[in-house]
Design a protein around this ligand. Sequence first.
Ligand code: PLP
Length: 379
Amino acid sequence: MRVETKLIHAGEPRPRHAHAVTMPIYQSSTFEYAGAASYHDLQYIRLNNTPNHLALHAKLAALESTEQALVTASGMAAISTSLLSLLSPGDHVLAHDGLYGGTYDLLCNDLARLGVTTSFVDAGRPETWAEHVTPRTRVFYVETITNPLVQVAALDLVVKFARERGLVSMIDNTLATPINYRPAEHGFDLVVHSATKYLNGHSDLVAGVVAGRAALVQPIKHKLDHLGGSLDPHACFLLQRGLKTLALRVRYQNQSALELASYLVRHPRVAQVNYPGLERHPNHDRVRRWFAGSGGVLSFEISGGVAAVDKLFARLQLPVSAPSLGGPESLITRPATTSHAGLAPETRRRQGIADGLVRLSVGLESTQDLIDDFTQALE
Ligand code: PLP
C-alpha cells in the first residue's frame, strides 16, 4: 500500500468491530482477563493496549515503515520515555544544536540531574562530531527539520556515523511528517513525533509517537507502562481520525508555505526568510534529494525588530498568535517568548534565534488570503 492508502486502511480492525466503518472508542479503563501471561499484556489503558491503542500502533508503524510503533500522552512523553529507556546514569548523548526547547531543557536539566550528559553539535558540520564521542555515548539525537530555523542536517551522515559507532540514531520527525520524509527508510533506528502537530492536524489534542524496531520499541513500551504517559482512548480516536487526512493537509501546506515564503522574500520590509523549500536556503539541496516536500513551517525577520513584530501581530487578521504548529489555522509566534522562552537569551542568540524572529505555521486557509493579510499588515 502507498502512504495515502495506509492512512485510511492500515491498522483498522478486520473484521470491523460491530461492523462500524469508523473504529469506535473503547472508553473502558480495564478489560476482562483473557489469560495474559505478563503484566504488560493485561488490557488496561495505562498499559497502552486497548483496541484504540492497538489500531493506532499498527497504523503509525505502517506510516513510518517500522516494525512497531507506540502512541503516547504527548510528544514530550514520547521523547522523555524513549531517552529514559535508552540511557543510564553516566551515559552520554550527542544532540543536534537547535533542538525543540522542551527537548533541550529535558537533556540539559532533567537528564543531567540523573547523570546523563549531552554534547550539542552542529549537525551540518559532520567533521566536528567525532571529537565529542565518548565511550559512554549511546544516542545521536536530531530533528528532521529544526524549529524555528527550519534547518536540515546531513541526515545521511548522522545514520552512517551512528551505525559505525553502535549509537542509536534517534530523530524527531514532527515537522516533516511521514508524508515528506520517513526516517526509518533512510536507516534511522528510532523515530519520535509530537502527534499534537501535523499527525492529528486539528489543534485539539496532545499526543506523541515512538516508532522503530521491536527490539527498541518494546523496552520503551515497558518504560511507558511504568511512567504512565498513556493516551486516553478518546484522544486515540481523534488522532486516528486526524491521520486520515494527513497526506492532503501536508501537501497543501507544503505548497502554501512555499508560496508564502516566496512572497515574503520579495517584500521590502522582510529582512530574512528561512524556508528549506527556497532555493537560496543553505539546506535546499538535502530537501530536494530526500524529502517529498519542505513542510508548512517557515520563519522570518522584519525590519524594526520586536516593536515592528508586535505591530505586525496586532494587524494580522488570519494567523492566530499562539504556540504549536500543524493545525488547520495558521499559527504565528515569536519563539523567544514561546517555544524557546526557557532558553537563556545567550543560548538563543548562539542558536541564531533573534528576539524578533517570527515563526509561521501555515494552515489550510486560502494561500492568497494569507498573502493578502500579510500585505495589509506589513504595509
Ligand atoms: N518536538 C517538536 C519538534 C515540537 O515542536 C514539540 C512541541 O512543540 C514537541 C516535540 C513536544 O511535543 P508535545 O507538545 O506534544 O509534548
